[in-house]
Design a protein around this ligand. Structure first.
Ligand code: WT7
Length: 649
């Protein structure tokens, strides 16, 4: 591979810049008149049923209101207006089933989408769902997931997606917290060529839950399913419903969705996003960062719909822009390791948005695999979810982007709703490994320990956002205090604290250095150490547990757990293989397979400070096989020796 990327290669080509949506003058425009800039974007990019009177109301900070007085319907903006503009025949979704064409691959045009979303909206209304009611969605990556989300948006019922890899316990907690009225799920899902059940997890989750009146079930795998009185088949309800529906305008600040994400405590936070600002910023960034040209591009975001990336960059951003996109049901290695590249070739994908962990996995499989396919259609590559190491960045550009496609490393969060820090592919001279600078309309700083902005190259600090932005979270569902406390108190009330460490380089590029709180990032998925610790101590053989994220070559970080077993549960010199396997399975059951620890070490003690706080830094040293750092603040300084002796280090 040619690793000799010269600075010239990293500047945008004049041909690319000439057609790029994102232009240099946007920065100046946004700086000159922040609110005016966003107001203009909102009026140009979205169709309002009623224009807004005020761009931003920040008087009740940190509770923002954007586009006050405005009204719009999200589903109308994502679907109907494209049909009205004469683009009903344009493919919105090329659905690629994991098993290929025999397993239901199909194309949905914008006109198809309009009919299906209308049918689903009519069905939800007939089930008594009205504006403000919550609908939980627990579905695999199938078109019905997108249809269900848009149907909710159409009638103003906030959806709460729960990733299909979460367990019934995790699903239950989320359904209960949002007090969902309806759950939309499927009989099963295809995963690595196998049909796995999904509905049993819902049945189990609903045990003792009062709020749920109906469960709408999509038939995906065709397996046997247990049936309850509240259950309804999607094909017997939605698919027989009237296929026209009039979208009702919603207030710009009407809740659009809740999405749960892990924080520093054991309880996930329901991040609340609203209508106008969220839709605007997801559409705006999809246009200027991914450089989406809806008439000519075929866009593909490989995220799952259950995460925020799927919300903003499969559903709302691209559809608001009238994109043609690929939606793929399966994994990159089913039935073979070239599956993704086969899909790129099949649909002539021009824009690909994926995660560093996937890129590193493909690197491991070898460049010979993508080289077997025609990837010449690709013209923009995006990365999201965790810092992308320069080596993976270069490999991505070289072997997927023919050495020329711009790679945009996009930093954002579930809370920010949309991309915040990223190069613009037609403007920015790229820097492999860096997310570079805030996009036009967004402002960030790096603060030192005292909370003072620092611009010194290489001095490591805390990443903060200095102004409200349209797609910002509005609160934590049902917990305004937690919202204020988590995001606006550390350096507040002026700064939004993102939880990430960052630094500038000599050229003024921002480098994101990872979480500074007890949150891990495993394969681009956010996991909380506290949540996994709580799951571990629920097991009757565990007395105490501490979890850290250890650097992992493929997944970025990996979950490593240290557990103290209850007395009598283990003896020195015992082989702990059985209990370790049992505990890994236990975590998968409590939270989901994604949270399963890579490594569990059975230890006699945990390193604690005098105030009883576990010193994770020392455990991280152990987990990463490093020499253990300064342990002088431990209550008992011999503990680390005892632990190391037990682990045979
Ligand atoms: C955390 C947010 C954004 C959607 C997927 C994850 C990390 C995300 C980057 C990036 C470095 C990144 C941060 C952030 N992160 N993108 N380009 N470079 N770090 O959403 O689960 O809300 O996690 O992911 O640590 O805080 P999320």
């Amino acid at each position: 591979m040619t690793d000799q990327t010269t600075p010239d290669d990293l500047a945008p080509s004049p041909a690319f810049s000439a057609h790029a949506n994102g232009t240099a003058d946007l920065y100046a425009q946004a700086d000159a008149d922040f609110e005016g800039f966003w107001a203009r974007q909102a009026r140009e990019r979205l169709t309002w049923a009623k224009d807004f009177d005020q761009t931003l109301d920040w008087s009740n900070a940190p509770f923002a209101k954007w586009f006050v007085g405005g009204q719009l319907n999200v589903a109308y903006n994502c679907v109907d207006r494209h049909v009205e503009a004469g683009n009903g025949d344009r493919v919105a979704i090329h659905f690629e089933a994991e098993g290929g064409d025999d397993f239901g691959s199909r194309a949905l045009t914008y006109a198809d989408l309009q009919r299906e979303v209308s049918q689903a909206a009519n069905t939800l209304e007939s089930l008594g769902v009205t504006a403000g009611d919550r609908v939980a969605i627990y579905l695999p990556m199938i078109p019905e997931a997108i249809v269900a989300m848009l149907a909710c948006a159409r009638i103003g019922a906030p959806h709460s997606l729960v990733f299909g890899g979460f367990s019934s316990e995790a699903l239950k907690a989320r359904i209960e917290d949002a007090a969902a009225k309806v759950v939309i799920t499927a009989d099963g899902q295809y995963r690595r060529g196998k049909a796995l059940p999904l509905k049993p997890a819902v049945d189990q989750a609903l045990n003792g839950v009062e709020s749920v009146e109906h469960v709408l079930v999509v038939r995906r795998t065709g397996g046997e399913v247990a049936w309850n009185e509240r259950d309804l088949w999607w094909h017997e309800t939605v698919e027989t419903a009237a296929d026209t529906h009039t979208p009702q305008p919603m207030d710009a600040e009407h809740p659009l969705f809740i999405l749960y994400t892990s924080g520093t405590t054991g309880r996930p936070k329901g991040i609340l996003h609203t209508t106008g600002g969220y839709l605007l910023q997801s559409a705006y960034t999809n246009s200027i960062v991914h450089d989406l040209h809806p008439e000519t591009d075929v866009y593909w975001c490989t995220a799952d719909i259950g995460w925020v990336t799927g919300h903003s960059y499969i559903v709302y951003g691209p559809l608001a822009n009238g994109a043609t996109q690929v939606v793929y049901e399966g994994t990159p290695d089913t039935p073979h390791n070239g599956r993704w590249w086969e899909i790129v070739e099949k649909y002539k994908v021009t824009i690909l948005y994926t995660a560093p962990t996937a890129i590193r996995t493909c690197m491991k499989w070898g460049h010979e695999i993508p080289e077997k396919y025609d990837l010449s259609s690709i013209r923009v590559l995006g990365s999201v979810g965790e810092p992308i190491n320069p080596e993976a960045w270069r490999w991505y550009r070289e072997y997927i982007g023919a050495g020329t496609a711009p790679v945009v490393d996009t930093w954002w969060q579930t809370e920010t709703g949309a991309i915040m820090i990223s190069p613009l592919p037609g403007v920015t001279t790229l820097e492999p490994g860096s997310a570079q600078r805030p996009i036009p309309g967004v402002s960030a700083e790096i603060l030192d320990d005292e909370g003072t902005p620092t611009h010194d190259p290489e001095s490591v600090g805390y990443l903060v956002l200095t102004k409200p932005w349209p797609s910002m979270l509005r609160t934590v569902w049902g917990d305004d205090d937690r919202y204020r406390e988590t995001y606006w108190s550390r350096f507040g009330p002026k700064y939004y604290f993102a939880g990430d460490g960052a630094k500038y380089d000599e050229k003024g590029n921002i480098w994101i250095l990872g979480r500074v709180d007890d949150v891990m990032n495993v394969s681009g998925h956010r996991l909380s150490t506290a949540e996994i610790e709580s799951a571990l101590v629920l097991h009757d053989r565990v007395a105490e547990a501490a979890v850290v994220g250890a650097t992992d070559e493929t997944t970025g970080q990996a979950v490593v757990a240290f557990v103290i077993l209850r007395q009598g549960a283990s003896h020195e010199g015992d082989d702990n293989t059985a209990i370790v396997e049992e505990l890994r399975a236990h975590v998968a059951k409590e939270i989901g397979p994604i949270a399963k620890p890579r490594t569990i070490m059975v230890v006699p003690e945990l390193p604690k400070t005098r105030s009883g706080k576990i010193m994770r830094r020392l455990l991280r040293d152990l987990a990463e096989g490093r020499e253990v750092g300064d342990a002088t603040t431990l209550a008992d300084s011999s503990v680390m020796n005892v632990i190391q002796a037990g682990l045979g280090n």
